[in-house]
Ligand binder design. Structure first.
Ligand code: SAM
Length: 260
């Protein structure tokens, strides 16, 4: 079973990765965003969450294909993103990375339109201020490439701990974000983007375990040819498992957190 880990080149040749690409209708490529989506898909699939009578809550969904892919497997989905005016102010709308409604979430036709209409709903939700109506309502939660954009490292940590309240007992949370491979001391912390260091992830894991949740983390980075390449701005290289953000090399990390 997948556990919490960094984006690794070896994952791209695994059966689970190829199967997830098919389910998401995404061509195989060495891109960390594709890894994040496939990783979330597989972590939920292998824990039996992608099936009828399971409810999922997605945060900061943007135009990602996951809500439609999960609904195509029969799961009921509440997909959320930041209120459109706030998202516009932060540049998410102009860069086409924000969802304003249901139509944005099944653009690739991954889910039968009638089934999609029945199973998926869309709501505005602020990850920094999760509404109490979500408490205890879901079998799974997820976010991709979103909790590094909440304002600070502390905001990201608070989100990860707070969103666990949305789960029912036995539920699982899968969230991916940016991880600093250069330093465990200095990092990027700007209002629009932070890069989490090893110490930040460890602090989250310690707090989650303190609250009784299950997390197993593997920080092995790998040294294969594709994961050794660092993509530079404007990030147009097809190989994009690691990238330079400011002065820091970053890759993706996925957290899988289970509520006993
Ligand atoms: C880099 S995009 C990722 C979009 C999508 N998850 C994906 O993987 O393509 C970041 C997303 O986070 C959302 N976001 C930023 N701040 C947020 C907040 N405070 N609450 C909810 N969503 C937020 C943005 O609106 C945007 O959809």
């Amino acid at each position: 079973m997948l556990q919490s880990q960094l984006c690794r080149e070896t994952d791209f040749s695994q059966t689970w990765f190829v199967d997830a690409c098919v389910k998401l209708n995404e061509p195989m490529r060495f891109h960390r965003k594709l890894w994040e989506w496939c990783y979330i898909y597989e972590a939920l699939r292998e824990r039996g969450k992608l099936m009828p009578f399971r409810r999922g809550l997605g945060f900061g969904v943007g135009k990602e294909p996951l809500a439609a892919a999960f609904a195509s497997q029969g799961a009921e989905i509440v997909a959320t993103d930041l209120d459109v005016d706030l998202a516009k102010a932060q540049g998410w709308v102009d860069t086409n990375q924000h969802a304003v409604g249901l139509a944005d979430l099944n653009e690739k036709g991954l889910c039968d339109p009638h089934q999609f209409q029945q199973l998926v709903s869309y709501e505005s939700a602020d990850m920094n201020n999760i509404h109490p109506k979500y408490t205890g309502q879901f079998d799974f939660t997820w976010s991709s490439c979103s909790f590094e954009h909440l304002g600070s490292i502390e905001h990201g940590k608070r989100f990860i701990v707070n969103q666990m309240k949305c789960l029912r007992p036995g539920g699982v949370a899968v969230h991916t974000t940016e991880y600093n491979l250069t330093s465990n001391v200095a990092t990027l912390e700007a209002p629009v983007l932070v890069i989490f260091r090893h110490q930040d992830i460890e602090a989250m894991v310690a707090e989650l375990r303190g609250e009784g949740y299950l997390v197993t983390v593997d920080y092995t980075a790998g040294a294969g040819p594709f994961e050794s390449y660092v993509d530079l701005p404007p990030y147009s290289n097809p190989v994009h498992l690691r990238l330079l953000l400011g002065q820091y090399v970053s890759t993706s990390i996925g957290l899988i957190i289970e509520k006993p």
